[in-house]
Write a protein that binds this ligand. Structure first.
Ligand code: COI
Length: 331
């Protein structure tokens, strides 16, 4: 069995080596991304394991099948950068890693909220100028907040447990109700109810056509003045211009964005002194009450290990059996 792994980072290598030793399977590694230009390197292999935020192009998928490869395993959860209709049409078997560390993302989300509530960005800027006064950065407490959690899958549930541990009131919205959260009476029936009650809103849902720009000017107009918005899910859930307007008008009191609509232009790159050609990013990045992080919520040792191990197991299962536990349904 021969597998080719694309987009490999140095921090993944020890976990890959361990997996190879345990499974006695040789995996060919490249740091290059999986594109039309690089896919031919996998000719003669049985499966591909990939990780990237760049879209997997339809031409790359087509070429993959032309060189006889039908097994593709992603090392992440989101499948919004791949055309599932094309995957189905070409007969490609696709897997993801649905749960690699919900805690990583939930803990990061709570960390960012704490930073916003305690105004650490402003304090850090003051301290750097040796201004050690308290005022005027009087802060807010998490235990006083009503946190509206949109999406109660693995990450949302984990975030709820942590918020509750801090004494916050939690309300939740999801089309699918988790029985334990239902028992606790956390669900509201509509997003509008959540918008009007929450002082903090956190997004833990996938990007679908139906969720794209769900946080737009209309949604923002229904929110509590001063609400804080947290997004460590997908950038396109939020209309960034509407967010900027909401911040300008004071309806939104702060935001922590680990994902952005056009993040590929900026995130996980060392841009040094280069001018950043992304007006919404520049606007949001300059604000005291907005925290931007470069899609790092997932990036922990536990998560990376699981992403590597589970994706390799998935690819092996596809090659050996023609299916896998984490097969993505393309219906
Ligand atoms: C995912 O697992 O889908 C993520 O958002 C992680 C990302 C760096 C691709």
């Amino acid at each position: 069995m021969k597998m080719m792994m694309y987009g490999v980072r140095d921090d993944e290598r020890p976990f890959i080596e361990q997996w190879q030793e345990q499974n006695h399977i040789d995996v060919q590694l490249t740091d290059q991304l999986l594109t039309e230009e690089t896919v031919d390197q996998a000719r003669g292999y049985d499966g591909i394991v990939a990780f990237q935020q760049l879209s997997y192009s339809n031409r790359m998928l087509q070429r993959m099948t032309e060189i006889g490869i039908y097994n593709l395993s992603l090392r992440n959860v989101g499948v919004d950068n791949i055309d599932l209709k094309q995957v189905a049409k070409l007969g490609i078997k696709l897997t993801n890693v649905p749960v690699y560390s919900p805690e990583a993302i939930a803990e990061f989300t709570v960390t960012q909220l704490m930073q916003l509530l305690r105004r650490t960005k402003e304090y850090t800027q003051k301290f750097e100028k040796h201004d050690f006064r308290w005022a005027p950065q009087i802060s807010k407490e998490l235990n006083q907040q009503t946190v509206g959690v949109i999406g109660t899958g693995h990450i949302g549930q984990c975030a709820i447990r942590i918020f509750q541990g801090f004494g916050a009131k939690v309300i939740a919205y999801d089309k699918f109700h988790n029985p334990e959260l239902e028992r606790q009476g956390l669900y509201v029936d509509t997003l509008d109810e959540l918008y009007c009650q929450a002082t903090v809103i956190t997004l833990h849902i996938p990007l679908f056509p139906s969720t794209q720009h769900m946080i737009d000017a209309t949604a923002i107009a229904k929110m509590n003045p001063g609400v804080i918005i947290l997004n460590a899910a997908r950038g396109q859930l939020i209309d960034e211009q509407a967010l900027i307007d909401g911040l300008d008008r004071g309806i939104i009191g702060g935001a922590a964005l680990d994902v952005m609509e056009d993040e590929i232009k900026v995130f996980n790159r060392n841009l040094g002194d280069q001018k950043i050609d992304y007006p919404e990013f520049n606007n949001l990045f300059s604000r005291d009450n907005v925290l931007i992080s470069p899609h790092t919520a997932f990036y922990t040792d536990v998560a990376v290990r699981n992403m590597v191990e589970v994706s390799l197991n998935n690819n092996r299962q596809l090659i050996e059996t023609g299916t896998a536990d984490n097969l993505i349904s393309t219906d």
